[in-house]
Write a protein that binds this ligand. Structure first.
Ligand code: IPE
Ligand code: IPE
Ligand code: MG
Length: 231
């Protein structure tokens, strides 16, 4: 891996519904196809030596969708974690979930806990799945925790906030990819992405493959990151 590869990639997996609509199929069919793409991208990131991959799977706003679609997505996500656990482990990936998992269905909580435990000592790709995740919700939670811990305001700095986010201890994302053609963030990692590079593609998530990821990384490598400085 060359030095200018991103260390942390975040992906907003979008466009499943439109992918299905184009084929006159129900939105859930698009979600199913989309979920089938996920593991190949995980494996490829691991092969490329990417250290962190954060996948946005379900936002705090996605509960607004019809109940059937929400149930389908919840089931799909937990089945993915359960079915792929052995393979994730074999790939030496360490799985974490970002978001408030307390209100997820109990089977999802069970699968997540088992997967976290099984992979906690793995040293390959850190795979974060954002479920019931919202950037604003994460910041609200951080503020509450800081207050509960009684931290003196004069001791609060940017690291204090970072250390109370779900991504505690992880590098900020270098590259944020959004599939599906929308040019927005939709509440993803809003604190952490202060200096991320963005790559927006029209490609719908079920069509996003290794070649597409290569294009995104190649594009990223030509960015000139200044972080506010001049060099
Ligand atoms: C998947 O794509 C993203 C999730 C919320 C799971 P969408 O379901 O948002 O698909 P589009 O944007 O309607 O095409
Ligand atoms: C963002 O996609 C959330 C996830 C990919 C999980 P949405 O489809 O929910 O975003 P909006 O509604 O187009 O902003
Ligand atoms: Mg969408």
């Amino acid at each position: 891996m060359t030095d200018n590869n991103p260390r942390h990639i975040g992906i907003i997996l979008d466009g499943n519904g439109r992918w299905a609509k184009k084929r006159h199929m129900p939105r859930t069919y698009g979600h199913k196809k989309g979920s089938e793409r996920v593991f190949d991208i995980v494996r490829y990131c691991n092969e490329l030596g990417i250290k962190y991959l954060t996948l946005y799977a379900f936002s705090t706003e996605n509960w607004k969708r019809p109940k059937d679609e929400v149930n389908f997505l919840m089931n799909l996500i937990s089945v993915f974690i359960n079915d792929k656990l052995d393979e994730i482990h074999r790939q030496n990936c360490k799985l974490r979930v970002l978001g408030d998992t307390s209100i997820l269905p109990s089977s999802a909580i069970e699968y997540i806990e088992r997967a976290k435990k099984k992979t906690e000592n793995n040293t390959g790709l850190n795979l974060n799945i954002a479920i019931n995740y919202g950037g604003r919700d994460e910041i609200v939670k951080a503020v509450k925790d800081i207050i509960k811990e009684g931290i003196d305001p004069s001791n609060i700095d940017e690291d204090t906030i970072s250390n109370h986010l779900y991504t505690k201890g992880m590098p900020d994302p270098d590259l944020i990819i959004r599939t599906g053609g929308e040019i927005r963030i939709s509440n993803f990692l809003i604190y952490q992405l202060a200096y991320s590079e963005f790559y927006f593609t029209e490609v719908l998530w079920p069509d996003f493959d290794r070649e597409q990821l290569d294009l995104a990384i190649e594009n990223y490598k030509h960015r000139f990151r200044r972080f506010g400085g001049l060099k």
